[in-house]
Design a protein around this ligand. Structure first.
Ligand SMILES: C[S@@+](CC[C@H](N)C(=O)[O-])C[C@H]1O[C@@H](n2cnc3c(N)ncnc32)[C@H](O)[C@@H]1O
Length: 326
C-alpha cells in the first residue's frame, strides 16, 4: 500500500501525530458562529505543541470566545514524540488578551498542574470537560470509541478528527444513523499530513519531511453546519439493469453517490463516502451492510456482506442503506 493508513497507525497504537494549523483553520472556518461566548476544551493536547490550542488562542477575539482550556497527556512511554522538558501533566487556560497587544502572550496563559497523567477519562479531566461547551481536538485513534462515548455522555458539542473507518464501529454508526453525529468538511483529498516521528511511506510526490500522510481521516461533529443542509442533486433514473438488487437484502445497489436515482423510493445500498453528502432532510439512514459493524466488532467472523452474486458482480465491501425522504 502506497500510503500510511490510519488503520495501520491504529493497529500499532500509534497515536502520536499532530494536526497542522492550516487543516484546523480550513475546517473550523465553517463553525465560526458556534463559538461566540463559549468555553473550548482541547483535551488531548499538549498546549505547548498543540495547534488546536494555538488556533483558539490566536482566534480568541475573532471567535468571541470566553475561555480556552487545553490538557496535556503525559504517557509513561519516554520515547513519545510529545515528550517535553516537564514531567508534570498540566493544563493551560487562556481567558483572552489583557495587555492590549491582541496576542496570547505567555504571561496571559495560566499553567496549572494536574494531579494525574492528564488522561481524558480521569476525574479531574472530566471536571474540565464539564466546564466546556465545545471540545475540539484530534484524539488518540486507538481510544476513539471511548472518547466519543464520553462526549455523548456529558452532552458536549464537538469537532474532532477521526478515521472514516470509525463510521462502521458499532458504537459510532448508530450515532450517525440517529443524527447525533455527522461528518464535517474533511481534509483535502480525503487525506491529511500530520507532524510525526513515524516513518512515512507516502509516495515520493506526496512525502513531506517530518510528516506522515494518513488517508481516510475526516472530521466528526455534532455542530450544525451548512453542508448538512445542502441537497444532493439527483439526475439519474432507476433501471433494474443498472441498479441490481442484493441477494440477501431488499435494496438496490448504487455504486457511486452521484448515481443515486431520483425516482427510486425503496432502500438503496450506497458507498460509505455518501456520508460526505448526507443531508438528513433528504435521506434517511437505515442500516450499514446489515449488521456489518456488529460482526466486525466481535472479530469472530468475516463481516456479512451484501451479495450481488446473482448478477455476477463483485460483492460491495461496505454499504450504507438509505432511503429518500418523501
Ligand atoms: C493523534 S494525537 C493528536 C495530538 C493533538 N490533539 C494534535 O492534533 O496535534 C493524540 C494525542 O492524544 C494523546 N493521548 C493518548 N492517550 C490519551 C489519553 N488517554 N488521554 C488524553 N490524551 C491522550 C496522545 O499523547 C497524543 O498526543
Amino acid at each position: 500500500m502506497a500510503n500510511t493508513t490510519l488503520t495501520a497507525a491504529k493497529a500499532a497504537k500509534k497515536d502520536e501525530f499532530y494536526t497542522q494549523l492550516a487543516d484546523i483553520e480550513r475546517e473550523l472556518v465553517h463553525y465560526k458562529e458556534h463559538f461566540r461566548g463559549k468555553t473550548v476544551l482541547c483535551n488531548c493536547d499538549d498546549p505547548r505543541v498543540s495547534n488546536f490550542f494555538k488556533y483558539f488562542t490566536l482566534k480568541f477575539n475573532d471567535l468571541g470566545l470566553k475561555r480556552v482550556i487545553a490538557t496535556c497527556y503525559k504517557s509513561q512511554d519516554v520515547d513519545l514524540f510529545s515528550m517535553n522538558a516537564s514531567e508534570q501533566a498540566v493544563y493551560q487556560i487562556y481567558d483572552g488578551d489583557k495587555d492590549g497587544n491582541n496576542m496570547p502572550d505567555a504571561s496571559e496563559i495560566e499553567v496549572r498542574p494536574l494531579k494525574g497523567d492528564g488522561d481524558f477519562r480521569s476525574a479531574e479531566c472530566i471536571e474540565l470537560l464539564k466546564q466546556a461547551d465545545i471540545v475540539v481536538t484530534n484524539p488518540p485513534f486507538s481510544l476513539f470509541r471511548e472518547y466519543v462515548a464520553q462526549l455523548i455522555k456529558y452532552d458536549k458539542k464537538f469537532v474532532i478528527v477521526g478515521h472514516q473507518n470509525a463510521i462502521t464501529y458499532k458504537e459510532i454508526f448508530p450515532l450517525i444513523r440517529d443524527n447525533k453525529l455527522w461528518l464535517g468538511y474533511g481534509f483535502k483529498g480525503g487525506a491529511g499530513h500530520f507532524y510525526s516521528k513515524y516513518e512515512d511511506v507516502a509516495t515520493a510526490g506526496d512525502h513531506r519531511e517530518g510528516m506522515i500522510r494518513v488517508s481516510g481521516v475526516t472530521w466528526f461533529t455534532n455542530l450544525d453546519i451548512e453542508k448538512k443542509h445542502e441537497e444532493l442533486i439527483l439526475y439519474k433514473h432507476y433501471t433494474p439493469e443498472e441498479y441490481p438488487t442484493y441477494d440477501n437484502y431488499e435494496a438496490i445497489n448504487v455504486n457511486k453517490t452521484s448515481d443515486i436515482p431520483c425516482d427510486y423510493d425503496g432502500v438503496m445500498g450506497v458507498p460509505i463516502t455518501f456520508l460526505d453528502k448526507y443531508n438528513p432532510d433528504q435521506f434517511e439512514i437505515i442500516d450499514i451492510n446489515p449488521h456489518f459493524y456488529t460482526i466486525v466488532e466481535c472479530g469472530l467472523q468475516k463481516p456479512k456482506q451484501l451479495s450481488l452474486k446473482n448478477v455476477g458482480m463483485k460483492d460491495p465491501y461496505a454499504r450504507i442503506l438509505i432511503r429518500k425522504r418523501k
